[in-house]
Ligand binder design. Structure first.
Ligand code: PEP
Ligand code: MN
Length: 331
């Protein structure tokens, strides 16, 4: 349920509503809007008796939320969420470009790629230090050494850093180094990780699991938001279908479906969807054309020798082309 405050409600009146919600045995999360504040009630399993809330000063009305997610929903927050980090806006007018290698392999490799993606127009540098690999014998990432390299990348290039947290025990470590914490497709329903991410003070990029519905993705985002972190970016990265011409099938309609019901920004990862670099530029254009808020893309200076996902990593010149195409489309 949402408690909608009157336009001129005071902060004390909002606090009184939250106290009453707590007396009823639930939690109240205030959501300030352009016109008025709403207070979202969470923790209830059935309907909430609202008469004591309606009687409080400053309360306009209550709205019953019919879905199993609330904080991610447009009913709670009608305006699109814009996440601002430094001078980068995600969900704003311009698409954000996040680019870099699948994995941080060495300082030399990371800095070389970071300089390239910066030069061609990326705002965020991606690169995994902890890699969730399908095989236990594949390269698992450099761990904290990789995070230290990412710190150097930020110092040298001023790019923001996105890197993945693979379980709830390493999220605090990742938070110290990253500007955005990535949660991967394999972990979309790792609830202890989602809850821990909800306590982080950094934005979270949540990837859609490769067998997850949109509703399941939104409920996973709800786990993060219910812990108090409202800065969530959703990412469509391809799902598993019978179609085997690509690594996964990019579900472009997911962008439309998410935007119909949620205020959260949505970016697209064409690299893990395609699995092959020749498809990455066209898929990125498709994503931007139908309203994605940005692209998360793998780029490598030497893809043929990359320690992971080389086949889908763009060459530097291809990345330059992608940025040009995306910017033209966005305009
Ligand atoms: C990645 O971004 O390198 C990655 C592992 O992605 P996903 O979780 O989508 O497979
Ligand atoms: Mn990868």
């Amino acid at each position: 349920m949402l408690v909608i405050m009157k336009n001129d409600a005071t902060e004390e009146q909002v606090r009184a509503v939250i106290r009453e919600i707590e007396t009823l045995g639930y939690r109240g999360i205030p959501i300030p809007g352009a016109q008025r504040t709403a207070v979202c009630i969470i923790g209830n399993q059935g309907t909430v008796e609202d008469s004591s809330l309606l009687a409080l000063d400053g309360v306009k009305e209550t709205i019953r939320v019919t879905k199993s997610y609330k904080l991610v929903s447009k009913e709670t927050h009608p305006q699109p969420t814009v996440i601002t980090i430094g001078n980068v806006m995600i969900g704003g007018e311009k698409p954000v470009i996040m680019a870099g290698p699948c994995a941080i392999e060495s300082e030399k490799q990371a800095l070389a790629i970071a300089r390239i993606v910066k030069k061609y127009g990326a705002q965020v540098f991606r690169g995994g230090a902890f890699k969730p690999r399908t095989s236990p014998y594949s390269f698992q990432g450099l761990g904290e050494e990789g995070l230290k390299i990412l710190k150097k990348v930020r110092e040298e290039t001023d790019l923001l850093i996105i890197t993945e947290a693979i379980d709830h025990t390493n999220i605090e470590l990742i938070e110290r180094y990253a500007d955005i914490i990535q949660l991967g497709a394999r972990n979309m329903q790792n609830y202890s990780l989602l809850r821990q991410a909800g306590q982080a003070k950094k934005p979270i990029l949540l990837k859609r699991g490769f067998a997850a519905t949109i509703e399941e993705l939104l409920m996973s985002a709800e786990y993060i938001m219910a812990e108090g972190n409202s800065q969530v970016i959703l990412c469509e990265r391809g799902i598993r279908t019978f179609s085997d011409n690509t690594r996964n099938t990019l579900d472009l309609s997911a962008i439309l479906s998410i935007k119909e019901v949620s205020h959260l920004p949505v970016v697209v990862d064409p690299s893990h969807a395609a699995g092959r670099r020749e498809y990455v530029i066209p898929l990125s254009k498709g994503a931007i054309a139908i309203g994605a808020d940005g692209i998360l893309v793998e780029v490598h200076n030497d893809p043929l020798h990359a320690l992971s996902d080389g086949m889908q990593s763009l060459y530097p010149e291809q990345f330059a082309e992608l940025v040009k195409e995306v910017e033209a489309l966005a305009r």
